[in-house]
Design a protein. Structure first.
Length: 382
């Protein structure tokens, strides 16, 4: 019994030691508290960025992506990263976006990589390749198929980081004032069509020009150009092309799933704390998907309005014209790859991805599209 009496003091002693140790920990933690808070406080630095775009301010679809991006970044960062969006011509002209962000005059830009083909021919892969990957496949290639790494390499020498900044889905072939019944109808045609599609038109006997969206209506109206492509029904309706062009052609062979881009000045990006960097990346990824969702929801209604209300004549490009354009495109791709090692490297990677994804999509996406149409219009069997 006597032995047992020894225990309470020992336990009490141990408890006291625990209390003292715990107390010391509490004191030391709380004394560290303000220091830690202060350390964290330095992360509370706020940043104000400029984002320049190749689109008119608040233009539907393409132009609303950077606005939504900026709002999401402000909300996610609790106002620590404020991004002001400038429309084409407000701070720099549409085609000056790449240079302005590269120089650091603006920290970010929104546009399309194929606008910079004069500087980097291989940049065109990161918008669209005629007869190439669609929206779903482009997103797969960029984010899980090695495409983004190649894109980053291309922009690295310009102190730029690219991010996918929206997708239009398959575009329309464009607006014409004469019917395209054969390849001869392409000869002498002066058309706004950027990127690789433009090079195809040039070789088909036409003249391709790159004019920013905001100047297109006037160019077509005044006869500076005979025809134009832009995006698809939702965007084209907003531009009012139906007022000055009669025929609306499909499919958009030249832009089967165009990806827009955000470009970020690398030096400015690296000055952001990691959480703000993650917010920029996440908001860009969100804007990328958001645009495709919006087009998917709105294109069809806009097309109905164009046809039913404005009397637009919808036309499909004849098969022989499509086959001809495809043949020319293959020649151009091979020739450009032979001249430009950087283009060749990206082309090889793009084709490798394509050779994997297309056969599978033949038995998944494509087979499903066909299955969905099967039996439509047939009488129901008794
Ligand atoms: Ca286009």
């Amino acid at each position: 019994m006597k032995k047992i009496n020894w225990y309470p003091p020992v336990i009490l002693g141990l408890l006291a030691l625990l209390v003292i140790t715990f107390g010391a920990l509490v004191v030391s933690t709380s004394s560290k508290g303000p220091t830690q808070h202060f350390a964290k406080g330095s992360d509370q630095e706020t940043f104000e960025w400029k984002l320049v775009t190749t689109w008119p301010k608040n233009f539907p679809g393409l132009g609303s992506a950077p606005e939504r991006f900026a709002k999401k970044v402000a909300a996610m960062s609790d106002g620590r990263l404020k991004i002001k969006v400038y429309g084409a011509g407000e701070l720099v002209p549409a085609m000056g976006v790449f240079g302005a962000v590269s120089d650091g005059a603006a920290q970010m830009g929104h546009g399309a990589a194929y606008y910079w083909k004069g500087k980097i021919p291989a940049a065109q892969f990161f918008t669209a390749v005629p007869f190439g990957l669609n929206a779903q496949e482009m997103n797969g290639w960029l984010h899980y198929g090695g495409g983004m790494e190649l894109w980053r390499e291309l922009y690295e020498p310009f102190d730029l980081i690219p991010m996918a900044g929206g997708s239009t889905g398959v575009q329309m072939a464009g607006w014409f004032n004469k019917e395209i019944n054969s390849v001869n109808d392409l000869k002498g045609l002066k058309m706004r069509i950027p990127g690789l599609g433009g090079e195809v038109l040039n070789r088909a006997g036409g003249t391709a020009v790159t004019i920013p969206g905001g100047e297109l209506y006037t160019a077509l109206q005044t006869g500076v150009i005979d025809a134009t492509e832009w995006v698809g029904p939702y965007n084209d309706l907003a531009f009012g092309f139906y007022q000055i062009a009669k025929y609306y052609y499909y499919p958009g062979w030249h832009e089967p799933g165009s990806i827009l881009e955000f470009i970020v000045n690398k030096t400015a990006f690296e000055k952001l704390p990691p959480d703000l960097q993650a917010i920029v990346r996440t908001a860009a990824r969100d804007a990328n998907q958001d645009m495709l969702d919006e087009y998917t929801a709105r294109n069809n209604r806009a097309l109905q309005e164009l046809v039913d209300k404005h009397g637009v004549q919808l036309r499909r490009l004849p098969d022989d014209v499509i086959v001809y354009l495809k043949k020319i495109n293959n020649q151009i791709m091979e020739e450009t790859a032979a001249e430009d090692p950087q283009f060749a490297r990206v082309y090889k990677a793009y084709k490798e991805f394509e050779s994997q994804v297309v056969p599978y999509h033949r038995i998944s996406e494509e087979a499903y599209y066909q299955a969905r149409e099967l039996g439509d219009g047939d009488a129901v069997a008794d």
